[in-house]
Design a protein around this ligand. Structure first.
Ligand SMILES: [Zn+2]
Length: 88
């Protein structure tokens, strides 16, 4: 029996695309935050990328992070970080 369900066909296309990308679906580049930095990281999801980007920022951009010293400013920075993340 031939499956003519359109969603079924779409899922096969997605599965193929994901397998070709090796599971790495999102990318963060420090320069997209306006930094003069060549740091780039790939990951499987936004949460993973945010953790890696924050670890990098704490290690390499500690001076910049000092400006975000309140919960409100941290939210602003995390939003900017999420906007800089690109889907591959
Ligand atoms: Zn950096």
């Amino acid at each position: 029996m031939i499956n003519l369900h359109p969603d079924g066909a779409n899922m096969n296309v997605w599965r193929h695309a994901f397998s070709r990308m090796g599971g790495e679906m999102v990318r963060f580049a420090c320069r997209d935050m306006g930094m003069k930095c060549e740091y780039v990281v790939n990951g499987n999801n936004i949460q993973e990328i945010k953790q890696k980007a924050m670890k990098h920022a704490e290690e390499q951009h500690a001076e910049m992070l000092k400006a975000y010293d309140t919960p409100e400013k941290k939210v602003v920075m995390e939003n900017a970080l999420e906007h800089a993340i690109r889907m591959l």
